[in-house]
Write a protein that binds this ligand. Structure first.
Ligand SMILES: O=C(O)CCC(=O)C(=O)O
Ligand SMILES: [Fe+2]
Length: 365
């Protein structure tokens, strides 16, 4: 008859009204499950009320981002399985680590176009932010970001209907430093350059000269789909394997922390690249699960396919050509900027045609 919490409130009232001596009778009158449920509701409510604001905001964001996931530390990647994650910080022997790393002062734009863009091959360019004196090197430390943009809401997830989940940076940074989630929420924000308070971040970096010939810039800023993201991710967060949209290439410059990347050439099937043929029932398919469990199985099952792996260090810019599958795990807390572009020289005939159709479609909108 009673809801369990009503029963508790009623019994507490009776206890107070009777000065305590009717208490035993009242408790006996209640079904034991109702009392147990009431006590547990009260304990949870008390624990919740003790939570700090950032923890409450994170709980809300987690619920919206992955509503069916009840235990965000189920796999123990921050605890029991942490050694498996830590091992990712070194590239084991026998992997294909052939993505070239070239200092930007030693590679002209023309040579980049001939050797990488035109051949649709990935590479890593080192020291662009240092060479071009990006202010991001000073302005995008966690302390500086906290000072400048503490109350700004950055996107850190998406709900099932595609709505953005946003959180104030001050709460997100407390989460970044204190969470034990297997696959933590990740700031992936494409609005910062349109919003008044974060617009100044645009002065903190510059599109590297290798990537300035972008077909999409012809469309005009207002009609262009999102193409630039500010990324802040705690260790263990990451991006699952995907191809960037509309045949675009990407550049991604890491300001701080370290990222591990995996790349597959375009001819590799989606099923193999995403490890869908090696995943077991009940396993999660987040980036951390992919890098720790699925990728080693894929390497075993497909010794013949090209799986390129590398670790991106701070100050390094990776070029991911159009059509290449890629996935990322943040090995440490990271801050990065990434942009996707339709680089003229990189587009094969087919992709060029596809991109132009899309472009015309967007222009017409
Ligand atoms: O840094 C990441 O998490 C991956 C971003 C990405 O997919 C990209 O830059 O294209
Ligand atoms: Fe990407």
């Amino acid at each position: 008859m009673f809801g369990s919490s009503n029963a508790l409130v009623w019994s507490i009232n009776m206890f107070i009204l009777s000065g305590g001596d009717k208490c035993a009778n009242v408790w006996f009158a209640l079904p034991i499950e109702a009392v147990a449920a009431s006590v547990s509701t009260l304990v949870i409510a008390m624990a919740d009320s003790k939570k700090r604001t950032w923890e409450k905001r994170v709980d809300d964001a987690r619920k919206r981002h992955r509503p069916s996931l009840k235990n965000w530390s189920r796999d123990g990647f921050a605890t029991t399985r942490n050694p498996d994650f830590i091992k990712l910080r070194h590239l084991e022997r026998g992997l294909n680590t052939s993505i070239p790393k070239i200092d930007c002062s030693k590679l002209s734009v023309d040579d980049f176009r001939k050797r990488y863009e035109a051949l649709n091959l990935p590479c890593i360019l080192t020291n662009i932010p240092q060479h071009e004196e990006w202010k991001a090197l000073q302005n995008w430390t966690f302390d500086s970001l906290r000072r400048k943009y503490s109350d700004h809401m950055f996107k850190c997830g998406e709900d099932d209907d595609g709505y953005k989940i946003k959180m104030k940076l001050k709460y997100y940074l407390s989460y970044l430093e204190n969470n034990q989630d297997d696959s933590p929420l990740y700031i992936f924000d494409s609005n910062f350059y349109e919003q008044e308070d974060t617009k100044p971040m645009m002065d903190d970096f510059k599109v590297p000269s290798y990537f300035t010939e972008d077909l999409f810039s012809l469309v005009g800023e207002s009609k262009r789909p999102p193409y630039r993201w500010f990324l802040v991710g705690p260790e263990r967060s990451g991006t699952t394997v995907h191809i960037d949209p509309l045949g675009t290439s990407a550049w991604n410059t890491l300001i701080s922390g370290r990222k591990r990347w995996v790349l597959f050439p375009p001819e590799v099937s989606k099923r193999v690249a995403k490890g869908q043929d090696v995943i077991n029932k009940g396993e999660d398919d987040e980036a951390i699960n992919y890098f720790v469990d699925l990728l080693p199985r894929s390497r075993q099952s497909h010794p013949d396919i090209q799986i390129l792996e590398c670790i991106q260090e701070p100050g390094e810019t990776i070029y991911v050509p159009g059509g290449w599958w890629h996935g990322v795990i943040n090995l440490e807390h990271t801050v990065a900027i990434t942009q996707v572009e339709a680089l003229v020289g990189a587009l094969s005939f087919f992709i060029k045609a596809f991109a132009l159709t899309e472009l015309l479609f967007i222009v017409k909108l």
